[in-house]
Design a protein around this ligand. Structure first.
Ligand code: HEC
Length: 403
């Protein structure tokens, strides 16, 4: 009787020991290398698998589902614990592959690649980043920003700086003179020695949907006042952002010289008044971020001037334009921008290319090649552009900084 009891006790303690014995992966499993990277698609895949197959026992955050931890013996491991995290990817992969007791073998359920992806996701869970998914441009409900600044090269974008408190933007746009592909190019240092145009502007975001700007441009001695209102913003459900923009510019240049008997085209006597100094720019802007790297924009634009010179070439008071803008991110802090602005003026076709460098959330610097040195839409569209290969090109830069 006593002997039987002792054997039973020994047997029980042996069993107990075994249960407490830790589940170990073999030595050669330790050396297995995870063939995957840490990038979003891998982590997304890992997350999907984890949430559908593992979270029921290990919890959504990997620390162990409270009910399962109480009822299972041994309990589902806390995958964010030091004990698990200090194991190599290979060991964790081996355990998922082989299983042990209540922890099933996933050899036939998940492909090798899927198992490695889950391992990557388990690493991410441990860093406490589990709820935060990498932002995808068309993620449900999340708002999407096609452009990070209110202006691209010359085009206005749908962007309005989001601000909680006071915020101010400052911009400089600079264009040098036209230079040709010949000896003059070096002589005038790519046009940098030639007369140049510059516009300064300040931006004031008022709400998340409304901003104002004031600007001063050298050519035409324009002061301008602009306002932009965001009608809708791109989200998972809404494919585009739409904004309206209006700008009124006043030229402070001296009045044109005219003779005593000058008349308007309808025969009335000509007299230069303040209203003749005013120029308007009205736009409806539609933008879309197509993917992480690529955003595009199209606008319908009407530029109007109150005084139209009586030259046979550009006799119209207005120009209608359909500017197309594209931004292609080439790296974390760099992008290539392209703008093409078809319009109704027969000698004007602004085409600009820019390279953005060191752009961050609050600051962007662009070097641009363009075919017009005009900066404000109100004189950009009324002035002929140079022909790239015949007349050369213009260099310039843009700088925007948000405070
Ligand atoms: C039915 C519940 C259950 C499910 C579902 C489950 N596990 Fe487990 N898991 C466990 C239990 C219980 C253990 C502890 C096994 C042991 O130590 O013997 C465990 C252990 C583990 C371990 C080893 C931890 C250690 O101590 O080294 C890993 C890794 C693991 N699970 C990952 C996963 C992954 C990944 C999935 C989904 C593909 C998953 N588990 C699904 C119950 C589960």
């Amino acid at each position: 009787m006593g002997k039987k009891l002792i054997i039973l006790l020994i047997g029980l303690s042996f069993f107990n020991l075994k249960a407490q014995d830790q589940w170990k992966a073999p030595q050669d499993a330790k050396l297995l290398q995870n063939p995957l990277n840490d990038e979003a698609p891998v982590l997304d895949k890992g997350e999907k698998i984890f949430k559908s197959l593992c979270a029921s026992c290990h919890g959504v955050d990997g620390t162990g589902d409270p009910v399962m931890v109480k009822t299972m013996n041994p309990p589902p491991a806390d995958l964010t614990s030091k004990h698990v995290q200090q194991q190599t990817d290979g060991e964790i992969y081996w355990k998922i592959t082989e299983g042990n007791g209540l922890m099933a073998s996933y050899k036939s359920i998940l492909s090798e690649e899927e198992r490695w992806a889950v391992v990557k996701y388990i690493r991410k869970l441990a860093k406490g980043q589990h709820v935060e998914k990498p932002k995808h441009p068309v993620e449900k409900s999340g708002e999407v920003e096609a452009f990070s600044f209110s202006q691209l090269i010359n085009a206005k974008t749908t962007h309005i700086r989001q601000t909680d408190g006071f915020s101010l933007g400052f911009g400089i746009q600079h264009r040098f003179g036209a230079t040709k592909f010949n000896n003059d190019m070096l002589k005038n240092f790519f046009g940098l020695d030639l007369a140049s145009n510059i516009r300064f502007n300040f931006e004031f975001p008022v709400t998340k949907k409304l901003m104002f700007e004031v600007g001063r441009t050298r050519y035409g001695k324009f002061y301008d006042l602009g306002g932009k209102y965001l009608l809708t913003k791109q989200t998972g459900k809404m494919p585009v952002s739409i904004a309206v923009y209006e700008n009124i510019a006043v030229t402070t240049e001296n009045p044109p010289q005219y003779s005593e008997d000058a008349t308007f085209s309808d025969g009335r006597k000509f007299e230069y008044k303040f209203m003749h100094r005013l120029y308007y720019d009205t736009q409806l802007i539609i933008s879309r971020k197509f993917c992480d790297r690529f955003s595009g924009e199209i606008a319908a634009e009407l530029v109007w001037r109150n005084l139209t010179p009586a030259t046979p070439d550009d006799e119209k008071a207005y120009v209608i334009a359909v500017p197309l803008s594209f931004r292609f991110k080439t790296g974390l802090k760099s992008a290539i921008d392209l703008e093409i602005m078809p319009n109704t003026h027969k000698n004007t076709m602004p085409i600009s290319l820019a390279y953005e460098i060191a752009s961050s959330g609050n600051h962007v610097f662009q070097i641009t090649i363009t075919n017009s040195d005009r900066l404000l839409a109100q004189n950009l569209f009324f002035n002929p552009t140079v022909k790239y290969f015949k007349d050369g090109f213009m260099l310039g830069f843009n700088l925007i900084r948000y405070f």
